[in-house]
Ligand binder design. Sequence first.
Ligand code: C5P
Length: 211
Amino acid sequence: MTELILALDLLDRKQAARVAESCAPFIDAVKVGYPLVLATGLSIVDDLSGLGLPLIADFKVADIPNTNRLISEAVFSAGFDAIIAHGFVGADAARACVEVAHNHGGAAYIVAEMSHPGATEFFHGGVAERLATLAVSCRADGIIAPATRPDRISRLREIVGEKTIYSPGVGAQGGDLDTVARLVDGVIVGRSIYEAEDPAAEAERLSRIRR
Ligand code: C5P
């Protein structure tokens, strides 16, 4: 079944913990990004680790290999299970994140194409395809591809084969869960869940729609 991953983009520690806890029975992982970590520090991991769900660090890491390695070490030492990195910085830099992830028994995913409208400015014209190819050659565990463009997911699937595809952009950004769930291994949903009047009820509803 397609995984449902909660993008926990909140700025308040207590609210984040409350939303994650209430949604936990209906989701498969929690994605934590800059908004929450910059507001709370990496110690938010301690608040979320009791959920018993994989924690994905969405820091879209994009630096030189040594800095990527240091960032990844900090992420996995804090207790995260996976990291999301950019591939446009080159194979050596992306590989640094993959190696640290694997050394810690974790996973690394490379952004192949983003989900917002402006993403077409740079990711189209063959770039996303090259990033997906790089993800394969770096032995990343998978890629991030846009739920807002199912045709692009299908194209990127041709390149990554059986590797995991996680897809943000369902709901608030306009992506259709039913369509995308057939194409990917996991959908990443943020605002549709955490801004709902009853986040747990919305997570449950989405968990029933996915294939
Ligand atoms: O609120 P919403 O469901 O749009 O959240 C989508 C999440 O996925 C956000 O955390 C966003 O940063 C992230 N993301 C994305 N597009 C990408 C990669 C990550 O929307 N390509």
